[in-house]
Design a protein around this ligand. Structure first.
Ligand SMILES: C[S@@+](CC[C@H](N)C(=O)[O-])C[C@H]1O[C@@H](n2cnc3c(N)ncnc32)[C@H](O)[C@@H]1O
Length: 188
């Protein structure tokens, strides 16, 4: 009797494992980003409602609670009721969505059109797509023509390969070796 129970527990565990593997494959979860998939509800609490991600999106997105804090702090620092936010490197929308939820109007820029499609889908899931203008483009080219109350920068940082670097300095920031930081420091 005990043997039978053990077998069914094993079969149940195996079944769960297979379902998980299928789920991960369907959601673009490569071994590189598996650890981020395990944190999916921290990244987007509405994950199960149809959030879409790609590999860079998985390791780049700002976790929801942190994005909420970013938005709260930025909004508190401006005196305007509905500030315009420029999200210069919008990715799959983690920050843009939380700014929009706090009554900001967001201009969300990303150089990768496919990633921006994912962001549009994710914004719809949070019901804020109408508060965000999605622009495909190189932020460095667009910067001179942009005007906003808040400029939010979350530039690409290189991904999980950071683990092999002993000291991670600003020079490792992409797309141009920390240049993005220089641009803003010199303009403020
Ligand atoms: C760290 S991710 C942003 C994550 C985002 N804050 C979120 O929560 O989803 C950086 C993004 O910058 C984009 N990117 C890289 N170079 C860019 C450029 N020159 N102009 C605009 N976007 C760029 C990448 O495609 C990537 O999606």
């Amino acid at each position: 009797m005990r043997k039978k129970k053990n077998i069914s527990v094993k079969a149940h565990k195996k079944g769960k494992h297979i379902i998980r593997a299928r789920e991960k494959a369907a959601q673009n979860v490569s071994p590189v980003v598996e650890k981020y998939w395990f944190q999916r509800y921290n990244l987007f609490s509405k994950y199960d409602e149809g959030i879409t991600m790609d590999e860079e999106g998985w390791y780049s997105v700002t976790p929801e609670q942190i994005a909420i804090r970013h938005a709260l702090r930025c909004v508190a620092a401006t005196a305007k009721p509905n500030p315009v936010v420029i999200d210069c490197f919008a990715g799959v929308g983690g920050n843009a969505i939380q700014f929009a939820r706090m009554c900001c109007y967001v201009v969300a820029i990303d150089i990768d059109p496919k990633r921006l499609e994912l962001a549009i889908n994710n914004a719809k899931i949070y019901g804020v797509q109408h508060c965000i203008d999605f622009i495909v483009g190189d932020f460095f080219q667009l910067a001179p023509s942009l005007k906003g109350d808040i400029v939010f920068l979350a530039p690409p940082w290189g991904g999980p390969s950071y683990k092999s670097i002993e000291n991670f300095t600003l020079d490792f920031l992409k797309p141009r070796n920390g240049y993005v930081v220089d641009v803003f420091v010199s303009q403020t």
